[in-house]
Design a binder for this molecule. Structure first.
Ligand code: FE2
Length: 376
């Protein structure tokens, strides 16, 4: 797999007009960044990394940066009323504003994408401090979400210029989250192909998988999904749109509560999902409940697996298999009052797919919760 990735990478460096090293950070606009950072530390085991705010000379916002493995989350709140950040929170609730991508050349990334029709969000800007310089630029994607390109090869600081180390004494231990496997966007009716072609045309991504309402439907609801991937396969963005069903689908519910298109879930990888999920549960993270019947059919569906079935059932972890191996996954409940953003924990054992065989069980679980919310 490593070799394959390297080959794809080498191939991509000659052909790919937007080479991306990986996800740089994900910034959420939240109403209380301090409490949000505390939540991600305590519940998810993120470690405090950096902060910027009044004491660093900012007067409009405060941000806390937390890290676990290669995953950096930036939690930002406005310091006054009437700000763009505040409007974003009013419209969407707490949610993902920036999916930042680590590139070697942020100016080129901006030129290549905007010349292909990407709408400018941030003209290339050079930020410096005594640790060096970072260049950033950015374009808009679906809804109010943006991509920021980060060039940090000449920077040694803790996060970005303007940020200082954040060193609270309270440091709950990590839970084994390693990197972002994929991030899913929900878009409006009939908009999936618009955004698929945006990622193809503007960012040079390709479609690695596609699901229609026959794959992803239950008695009540349906959705369609296409998985977009960049040249070296490090960035994967599935895009969902609702499909006609008997009742309101989870994507429709999302769009209604989020006030339009946005990030639905962040899937984070672990090498030991049993240990990771066990720790998350101990710390109060709540997951979608999967009926016991799911496990009765599991072995006949996915065959032999290394994990103990009883342990999987106890934790509610799902399993799916494709041609290359299998994967284990579990989904949190939405992490805010609006039924919008949630997390997925995923462990891949060869499989490169997204758990298609689990969609039905999963959506039925979501529908039971929608029913409880009265939004189905
Ligand atoms: Fe996912």
């Amino acid at each position: 797999m490593e070799t394959l990735q390297n080959e794809r990478q080498m191939k991509s460096s000659s052909e790919d007009f937007l080479p991306i090293n990986g996800t740089d950070y994900v910034e959420l606009y939240v109403s209380n960044a301090l409490q949000s950072a505390h939540y991600f530390q305590n519940a998810f085991g993120f470690q405090p990394l950096a902060m910027a705010g009044l004491e660093t000379g900012l007067n409009d916002r405060e941000s806390y940066v937390v890290v676990q493995g290669k995953i950096r989350l930036v939690l930002t709140s406005p310091l006054h009323g009437g700000t763009d950040i505040g409007q974003h929170i009013d419209l969407h609730g707490d949610g993902v504003k920036v999916i930042a991508l680590w590139v070697e050349d942020a100016r080129k990334a901006f030129q290549e994408t905007t010349s292909r029709g990407g709408k400018a969000y941030m003209e290339p800007i050079r930020e410096t401090d005594d640790q060096g310089e970072v260049l950033r630029s950015g374009i808009h994607t679906y809804g109010d979400t943006v991509h920021v390109f980060v060039e940090r090869k000449n920077y040694n600081g803790v996060f970005l210029p303007g940020f200082v180390p954040w060193n609270p004494e309270h440091r709950p231990s990590p839970v084994g989250l390693e990197y972002i496997d994929h991030m899913v966007g929900n878009v409006g009716w009939n908009e999936m192909n618009t955004w698929v072609s945006f990622y193809e045309r503007v960012m040079g991504f390709t479609t690695m998988a596609s699901f229609d309402d026959k794959d992803i439907s239950t008695q009540y609801t349906a959705l369609m999904s296409k998985v977009m991937s960049n040249g070296n396969g490090r960035i994967k963005f599935p895009i969902n749109e609702p499909a006609e069903g008997k009742k309101k689908s989870q994507v429709e519910e999302y769009l209604e509560f989020y006030g339009g298109a946005g990030v639905q879930h962040i899937a984070v990888a672990t090498h030991d999902i049993l240990a990771t999920v066990g720790k998350l549960k101990e710390r109060g993270v709540t997951f979608l409940k999967i009926p016991g019947t799911y496990y009765e059919e599991l072995v006949s569906r996915v065959g032999e697996i290394d994990e103990d079935l009883a342990e999987l059932r106890e934790l509610g972890i799902l399993v799916d298999r494709d041609d290359e191996g299998y994967l284990l996954q579990i989904f949190t409940q939405p992490i805010m009052p609006r039924p919008t953003l949630f997390f997925e924990i995923i462990q891949r054992k060869g499989a490169k797919s997204f758990g298609k065989g689990n969609f039905k069980a999963l959506f039925e679980a979501i529908e039971r919760e929608q029913m409880q919310r009265g939004t189905l």
